[in-house]
Design a protein around this ligand. Structure first.
Ligand code: FA5
Length: 339
């Protein structure tokens, strides 16, 4: 029996030594020392021993049990130390590495452009005015000298929200609302969203305009040119060529569209500017006396100019963007360029 116990001890110690992890060790503990374990089963045979043999075998059994227990304890602490090392290695943080910058949002490019434009105009002495996006036909058309049967209404495909009520097709109705509420002089810019039934790579059903209006005694076309020169040179750079082209708007007379020298080819002629070297950026003119009549201003006493620019167009030319839809798709890859 003593031989049996010693053999059990040698096998057990070898198995304990080879146990790969704590789980294997727990299983060995049960299968050797547990109630149904190998050692317990062997010791059951002690009942058949003589009274002289029993203490001798009992002592050996105790030694074997202690040796196995000690071995399990030692291996347990070795394995848990190793497992902990592994865990630490897995979870190690290199505190010397530079931090990962948190994602910070930036203002939408159109918001940035509107703010830059407003900065320039407020710097020139303009106040900021606001109008309504849902507008009645009177302010959007009639008061701007565009009567119900005027062919100029064909120029703008309009979203009607109710009979007589439209989503404004331009920011020009703000001119009328401001003049109704103000005694000249008037000097305002009005930014905002406008809507037209229009959609392709350079036209969007919703887009932004900035309207400008200056009224006082003795304002002339030269003032209009001076203000627009200052604005264009501030925004696109002092070398940018500018030209005024005769045009027509029912609410201004005379009217002019303003072109800047193509920002891509510097006037040499390219695909973007249709080989002309020029790009149109806004509409403008001297406020028509008929509009003054609607707001109760005396055209013999006061004169003024107005202009309206498309913010998306201004931004596309500044940043070389060839598809207006990029502004409205919320693609972070595009928006992050403006961070
Ligand atoms: C007007 O809307 C006039 N109210 C501007 C004006 C104001 C003239 C004051 C005289 C005095 P127009 O329809 O040309 O004009 O539009 C002005 C600008 O808006 C255009 O030059 C263009 O840059 C932009 N625009 C027009 N339609 C769209 C569209 N669907 N999407 C994006 N931009 C557009």
């Amino acid at each position: 029996m003593i031989e049996q116990l010693r053999g059990l001890k040698d096998r057990a110690l070898a198995q304990i030594d080879e146990a790969a992890d704590l789980e294997a060790l727990t299983q060995l503990n049960v299968s050797i020392l547990g109630r149904k374990g190998e050692l317990t089963a062997t010791l059951r045979g002690m009942g058949s021993l003589s009274p002289e043999e029993r203490p001798v075998v009992g002592q050996v059994a105790n030694e074997v049990k202690t040796a196995i227990n000690d071995a399990i304890e030692a291996r347990t602490s070795a394995l848990s130390g190793a497992e902990q090392q592994l865990k630490f290695a897995r979870e190690a943080v290199d505190v010397t590495r530079p931090g990962r910058a948190p994602f910070t949002a930036n203002l939408h490019p159109l918001t940035q452009v509107v703010r830059e434009l407003l900065d320039i105009f407020t710097g020139l002495g303009f106040d900021i005015a606001e109008g309504r996006e849902v507008e009645n036909e009177y302010y959007n058309f009639e008061a701007l000298n565009i009567p119900a049967d005027h062919p100029a209404r064909d120029m703008q495909d309009t979203f009607y929200v109710a009979p007589g009520t439209v989503l404004r097709t331009h920011t020009s109705p703000v001119q009328v609302r401001v003049m109704e509420q103000t005694t000249p002089p008037v000097c305002v810019v009005a930014p905002g969203k406008v809507y037209r039934h229009d959609s392709d790579v350079t036209h969007s059903p919703m887009f932004h305009q900035v309207e400008g209006l200056m009224i006082d005694e003795g304002i002339t076309f030269a003032d209009l040119k001076g203000v627009l020169h200052s604005f264009i040179h501030s925004y696109y750079g002092p070398q940018t060529g500018i030209r005024f082209r005769p045009s027509f708007f029912p609410f201004t007379e005379p009217s002019a569209e303003v072109d800047i020298q193509c920002v891509f080819c510097k006037g040499a002629g390219c695909r973007v500017c249709g080989r002309t070297g020029w790009l149109e950026i806004l509409g403008s003119g001297m406020v028509d006396p008929a509009v003054f009549g609607c707001v109760g201003y005396d055209p013999e006493k006061v004169q003024g100019f107005a202009f309206g620019l498309g913010v998306e167009r201004i931004a596309m030319l500044k940043y070389g963007i060839d598809d207006i839809r990029l502004f409205f798709e919320n693609d972070l890859r595009f928006l992050k360029h403006f961070g």
